[in-house]
Design a binder for this molecule. Structure first.
Ligand SMILES: [Zn+2]
Length: 228
C-alpha cells in the first residue's frame, strides 16, 4: 500500500477490513503467513493459501458471503453463477444474503484439447437467457481465466454480468473491463531459492506442503462390484 493510500480514510478502511478477513481465513487453517514455504514449483514464499480449506467453516463463510452480497445489494441480480466446489459454497451464501433473492447456478470446469473450458449443465441453460442479470462469484482468483470463461459463457447466452465478487484476488487485472470486488487483494511474492530473502536470513524452509503431496494420497473407497 502506498503512502497516498494510507492517508485516504477509505483506503484505511479497506486495509482494516482486509486484515479482518485475513484473520477469518487464518482461523480456518487455510491461510499461512510469516513462514518460509517451499512451493511445488521449487520457488519459496512467506505466505500460502490452501484453497480446499477456505470454505470449511460455515459460519465464517456465511459472514464473508454476506459482505460480498452487501457490496452488490444495489444491483438487482437474477442468478449467482460460479464454478468449482469452494466457489459454489460461497455463491450459495452470497445469494442467500442478497436482497434480490437470486437463484444459484454453477458451471463445471474441464480441459478439452489442452484448453480450459467451462460448461453450463443443460438444466441451468434456461435460467440464463437474454437480459438475465448474473453475479459471478469465485473463491480464489489467480490468473482470472475461469472468470473470463464465465463472463464469455453468460454473454454468449445473452445474459448481463452485473458484477464479479471473490474472497481472494491475487492479481489486480480487470476481468474484461469489469472491476472485481474482493475481500482480500493480496499477491504473495515468490522467490527462486537463489534470490530468496528468507534463505539469506537463514529461516528454516517449510517443505510440508510439497512433501505431503508426494507422500500422502487422498482417502478413497470403492464398491466391491463393478457399477452397472
Ligand atoms: Zn527461501
Amino acid at each position: 500500500m502506498s503512502a497516498v493510500d494510507r492517508k485516504d480514510p477509505a483506503g484505511m478502511d479497506n486495509e482494516v477490513r482486509e486484515k479482518i478477513h485475513l484473520e477469518i481465513l487464518k482461523r480456518t487453517g487455510a491461510y499461512h503467513a510469516n513462514d518460509h514455504i517451499l512451493l511445488p514449483s521449487g520457488h519459496h514464499t512467506s505466505e500460502y493459501i490452501e484453497k480446499t480449506l477456505v470454505t470449511t467453516e460455515p459460519s465464517f463463510i456465511e459472514g464473508l458471503g454476506a459482505v460480498i452480497a452487501k457490496h452488490f445489494a444495489q444491483w438487482p441480480t437474477d442468478v449467482v453463477l460460479s464454478t468449482g466446489p469452494g466457489a459454489l459454497i460461497l455463491s450459495h451464501c452470497v445469494a442467500r444474503a442478497h436482497p434480490s433473492r437470486p437463484i444459484v447456478a454453477y458451471g463445471t470446469k474441464g480441459i478439452a484439447g489442452g484448453r480450459r473450458r467451462v460448461t453450463l449443465p443443460v438444466e441451468f441453460q434456461r435460467l440464463i437467457r437474454p437480459g438475465t442479470k448474473v453475479l459471478l462469484i469465485e473463491d480464489l482468483v489467480s490468473s482470472g481465466t475461469t472468470l473470463t470463461l464465465l463472463i464469455n459463457l453468460v454473454e454468449h447466452l445473452g445474459g448481463h454480468v452485473v458484477g464479479v465478487g471473490c474472497l481472494w484476488r491475487r492479481t489486480s487485472v480487470e476481468m474484461a473491463g469489469r472491476s472485481v470486488f474482493s475481500l482480500v487483494s493480496r499477491d504473495f511474492p515468490t522467490y527462486s531459492p537463489e534470490s530468496c530473502p528468507l534463505c539469506k536470513k537463514g529461516v528454516p524452509l517449510n517443505q510440508e506442503f510439497v512433501r505431503r503431496r508426494q507422500t500422502r494420497r487422498p482417502s478413497s473407497v470403492e464398491e466391491s462390484n463393478p457399477a452397472d
